[in-house]
Ligand binder design. Structure first.
Ligand SMILES: C[S@@+](CC[C@H](N)C(=O)[O-])C[C@H]1O[C@@H](n2cnc3c(N)ncnc32)[C@H](O)[C@@H]1O
Length: 277
């Protein structure tokens, strides 16, 4: 039976997101002043280790200016903007959430990048995109919401041109049950973690072979420990605009559970690049 995506859609529904973004960015400068992707880094990188992880993944996947890049589950477009600026490539972002796609377009207008990045709303499991139309497909912190991994990875393989690369950076199953709500799911019903080996087997079954493999868990734990220490040192410090703008007032609870899941070994983080065979 096909996965019912309603729970995932609801989790990332983002009601009123555009208004919250306008208000938050108003603290950084007027609407008509161009912004750099780096200025948005605290808001628009919705994954462990933020900007640094996107930059590492781009390096591991050797993304260059001639690459046509697809960012699947692009969120509000932060990784797409960062890649377009840092690597000079064109990026298409796809996300299930209409609110996120709308926000991605708005933020890319604010950074003046609409000529290099574009966004559309669709499910990663049924993409309205032509076969072999991308050189790189990126998937950052999305697979954990997707039950039918064989179908996901077949769809990614379908979109890759000969010699294309699939770059993935995702939360993987650890040695215990994750605590919820987590940043990607309110409860276990919308969470479909695989361990690293099972992830590799599922990707390889789709006709892709491993080109680079990195257990990112130690770096993720260090990042989580630093966030926890910073929160403990200044519990009432007014945080600047952050992911709470996107996910709402419950975000500190989600982030706190993510840090605990990492530090207690309940989840890990995998960064890997595969090549089309
Ligand atoms: C944790 S966010 C990561 C966003 C982005 N990749 C980033 O790193 O900033 C997960 C994203 O995956 C999207 N997503 C989840 N399931 C999806 C699906 N089946 N198809 C497309 N997008 C999906 C969500 O809407 C959400 O934007």
């Amino acid at each position: 039976m096909a996965q019912d995506l309603d729970g995932v859609r609801e989790h990332y529904a983002a009601a009123g997101l555009l208004d919250r973004l306008r208000a938050a960015l108003g603290t950084l400068g007027p609407e008509d002043r161009p912004m750099s992707p780096a200025q948005l880094g605290a808001i628009d990188q919705f994954h462990t280790r933020g900007h640094a992880a996107t930059a590492d993944l781009a390096e591991l996947a050797r993304i260059g200016p001639d690459d046509r890049v697809l960012d699947l589950g692009c969120g509000i477009g932060g990784p797409a903007r960062l890649l377009a600026e840092a690597r000079g490539c064109r990026v298409t972002g796809v996300d299930l959430s209409p609110g996120f796609v709308e926000a991605a377009r708005y933020l890319s207008m604010r950074t003046g990048q609409l000529a290099r990045v574009e966004f559309l709303c669709a499910s990663a499991l049924a993409l309205p995109l032509a076969d072999a139309s991308f050189d790189v497909v990126l998937l950052q912190h999305v697979a954990m919401n997707i039950e039918d991994r064989p179908r996901l990875y077949r769809e990614i393989r379908r979109l890759l041109a000969p010699g294309g690369r699939f770059a993935t950076y995702d939360v993987v199953r650890g040695l215990g049950e994750p605590l919820y709500p987590a940043p990607w799911a309110r409860d276990a019903r919308d969470s479909f973690l695989l361990d690293p080996q099972a992830t590799r087997e599922a990707v390889e079954s789709a006709g892709l072979r491993v080109a680079a493999w990195r257990d990112d868990t130690p770096m993720a734990r260090e990042w989580a420990a630093q966030l926890k220490a910073a929160a403990a040192a200044a519990p009432s410090k007014p945080a600047g605009p952050g992911l709470g703008v996107v996910m709402g007032p419950q975000f500190p609870v989600l982030a706190g559970n993510h840090a605990r899941n990492l530090l207690e070994g309940r989840v890990g983080v995998l960064m890997a690049v595969f090549e089309a065979t």
